[in-house]
Design a protein around this ligand. Structure first.
Ligand SMILES: Cc1ncc(COP(=O)(O)O)c(C=O)c1O
Length: 377
């Protein structure tokens, strides 16, 4: 079995994470904010500690501005719905995932105007077009840090600087980069960071978060309403953080997994993981460039994460992915990868591509086998 679908979720997960989570489940999986007993306080400390680690990991402001969610999709829904409404303007790019496009589409129906920034055939953003759109007084600019189709990394620091210049709230979808590419909210001028725990962070599915910077948490309305274990005398959501955005019981095992993973990644060094994945991507692309049955899509972008999309010329891409699985035990993903506009931009709509996404445990031998399999197909 060769797993090359790390763009979807990382596999395997961080070594030792499952044991850590099991111990947590076995020994102290009590709810926080609800019990006065001391073991519940221990669990609260773990959650608090995870907020601190997340803030440190992403260069965010300490503590309470870290909100836990079920993943980046929920995070983006929370942030976009909380910040935008009738009469507001938003700016985004043509390289976004449906986790951005669909909330924006719903908001458009409620009176938000959404403007799209052009990207080229390698998925690279047109910064002049962005500036033009930022001049039109939008409230929010939301951009994916890296394309989940072709790996193109957006120049978030420059985009953030432009957003600052025009007083626009800069929201980043870090689904493909958190845990692999160095992100520093302060250095990169990010106002709100949305991340997911189960991809590059090597944690469990069902956990992710939002990190608010500056006064964005105050401006953002709550998205999900319910009990917080605090201010129970009132039927309004609390204004304090993180309670304002965390109604209902949190995914505590997921938070425990993140707690472990932040330490794991710090110890491994994300720059080492990124270098490893990039080396394998280069090896793969060198190999498939020699073949005349496939084209690498968006492969000429200046900066990319280890996500490669191939367009097979002699066979349907869905069928190629199926054959890779059934005949070679190589797991890839075909189709549009929830990013229809990205495929239109890259020229692969509606046929899609076959995506190979390398992970921290992928080996050279596996990559060589993948090249051979592509050649045979
Ligand atoms: C760029 C991007 N944004 C958002 C998502 C949604 O992530 P999740 O399913 O963890 O919410 C993905 C997942 O593939 C993605 O690649």
């Amino acid at each position: 079995m060769i797993y090359l679908d790390n763009g979807s979720t990382s596999f395997p997960k961080a070594e030792g994470m499952s044991e850590f989570v099991k111990k947590f489940l076995d020994e102290r999986c009590f709810n926080i904010n609800r019990g006065a007993y001391s073991s519940s306080t221990d669990t609260s400390e773990l959650v608090y500690d995870t907020r601190e680690k997340a803030a440190e990991f992403f260069g965010g402001e300490k503590g309470k501005k870290v909100i836990f969610t079920s993943g980046v999709t929920f995070s983006l829904n929370l942030v976009l719905n909380g910040l935008l409404g009738n009469g507001d303007k938003a700016v985004t790019t043509y390289m976004e995932h449906n986790a951005v496009l669909r909330p924006l589409s719903k908001l458009t129906k409620q009176g938000t105007e959404v403007n799209f920034v052009n990207c080229d055939g390698n998925g690279e953003i047109d910064l002049n077009d962005l500036e033009e759109k930022l001049r039109q007084n939008p409230k929010v600019c939301v951009v994916t840090h890296a394309s989940n189709v072709c790996g193109t990394i957006m120049p978030i620091k420059e985009i953030g600087a432009l957003c600052r210049r025009y007083g626009v709230i800069f929201v980043v979808d870090a689904a493909q980069t958190a845990g692999v590419v160095d992100i520093d909210m302060s250095r990169d001028n990010i106002d709100v960071l949305c991340f997911t725990g189960h991809k590059g962070l090597l944690g469990m599915q069902g956990i992710g978060g939002v990190i608010f910077g500056g006064d964005t948490a105050e401006i953002c309305s709550p998205f999900c309403y319910g009990g917080t274990g605090s201010f129970s005398h009132t039927t309004e959501m609390p204004k304090i953080l993180p309670d304002k955005f965390e109604a209902g019981t949190l995914n505590l095992p997921g938070i425990a997994s993140l707690n472990y993973c932040f330490d794991f990644l710090k110890q491994k060094g994300i720059q080492n993981i990124f270098a490893h994945e990039k080396k394998l991507q280069a090896l793969f692309e060198e190999g498939v460039k020699q073949l005349n049955n496939v084209e690498i899509i968006g492969g000429k972008a200046k900066n990319r994460c280890a996500v490669t999309s191939l367009d097979f010329k002699n066979v349907d891409n869905g069928e190629a992915s199926f054959v890779l699985d059934t005949e070679y035990s190589i797991m890839t993903r075909s189709g549009l990868h929830c990013a229809p506009y990205a495929h239109k931009t890259l020229g692969t709509f509606p046929r899609g591509t076959v995506r190979f996404a390398f992970g921290y445990k992928t080996t050279e031998e596996e990559v060589k086998k993948a090249i051979q399999a592509v050649a045979k197909i």
